[in-house]
Design a protein around this ligand. Sequence first.
Ligand code: NAD
Length: 488
Amino acid sequence: METKEQRVEVKNFINGKFERHGQESLNVESPTDGSIITTIPLSTSDDVDQAVKAASEAYKDWSTTTLKERTHIFFRYRSLLEKNIHELTELIALENGKSYSEAKAEVEKSMELCEFAVSLPQIISNEVQEVSKGVECRTERRPIGVVASITPFNFPNMVPNWTIPNALILGNTMVMKPSELVPLSVVRLAELLKEAGLPDGVFNVVNGGKEVVEALCDHNGIEAVSFVGSTTVAKIVYKRATSNLKRCVALGGAKNHLIVLPDAHLEMTASNVVASMAGCAGQRCMAASVMVGVDNVQHIIDKMVEEAKAIVPGENLGSVISAAAKERIEGYITAAEQDGATILVDGRGATVPGKEDGYYVGPTIIDHVTPEMSVASEEIFGPVISIIRAKDLEAAIDIENSSNYGNAAAVFTQSGGLAKQVVERASAGMIGVNIGVPVPREPFSFGGWNESKFGVSDITGRSSIEFWTQNKKTTIKWNAESKTNWMS
Ligand code: NAD
């Protein structure tokens, strides 16, 4: 089967074929044991050019098929995701290191993304109006052309599916650049799209790193670039793509604050906060990173410690992505300790029997963090939560507002009035009330504020329709002979 072959050596997917043309290679490791699982080509601007040419050629037919025809392919694609869920889940776990149940939830979310996308024909309706006697105006949504999608390592299946179904059903063709750390899931998605009947050239994959991203941002044949990754790279991509006059939405990193009030439900809050910071080993852009404890929340912190101690790396906690990530995360914990914070639960030096070469960090709770410490303001992207104590809600909101990021924020309280103050004043795009990972579900859209997102629209849901389409405005005089009164 093609997949097994692909797993030995990942190839680019251009015009419906997997190809490799002597590009330099990069080894890809499994983060759970450090073994080499595959290699990817480090593609060049010539490879990008080939993919863009294939996508441009395919665009001619694809953009003129009906929404309904395009949608039918994605009904089949969704069924194939479901049929192959076990294999897709194992691929995610192999290349990303998250647990089986977390990986399975990712594929289920991809299926939900398809369910929204196949409903697009019901959502999109063009406008028609007789604007003057005998004269009609209509507005219709049209695709924009060849688009690029650049994705990160932390959701190898779901984040690619944030863009593929919506962009393609809306009539665009795509060149995707997956993270070089997790290339296998996208290979399998390409195979499933082909099996679902997607015509050759509509979806293409070019593997590699920075050089591929730069070539996508610079290529004249690309109309729009969507990016998901760190803020540093989001800024580079947003500036480069827009300076080349492309539309761009670039989602960046996060530093999500959870404000916990003393009246919050004890068990529910403790388990939500810990699950938010430790789920997917803290490698979620929606993960809790700072808990702002208002007044006396010691009882909740004690319960969180109990919960965190029940989390065992390798059992109910996956690995982090790489040796460099483990070193960075542990470095932040050490810096906090040196700065005078209290480490209540310490995940440094975690090892898993039989997987001693894997990159594991245990759950970590750091108390008495102050806003000047690096753990208070920088994205750690590991299973670590920093607790800052605040005297009242006003001070807690100020702390949340001072972050440069603005992906998510949440409040835990049983008071509707206090929760509403946080909902209104938190400076983040996605807010939770008694929910630690407030991901908006379809048809609501996903996207942060401040340095967590650059660009106008969100990346999923209804908002993404604006991004993936442009309006064509047509004015029609149906009968050349009829008298027209332009101003009637
Ligand atoms: P990353 O920024 O290192 O890489 C993302 C993509 O950019 C990859 O495809 C990579 O090959 C490419 N890239 C890396 N360096 C580049 C450079 N200098 N120039 C051009 N391209 C470059 O991100 P990551 O480590 O893969 O993912 C983790 C980050 O993504 C975290 O910061 C996380 O918060 C963020 N993220 C954000 C969201 C969101 O919705 N806001 C979702 C998922 C992940």
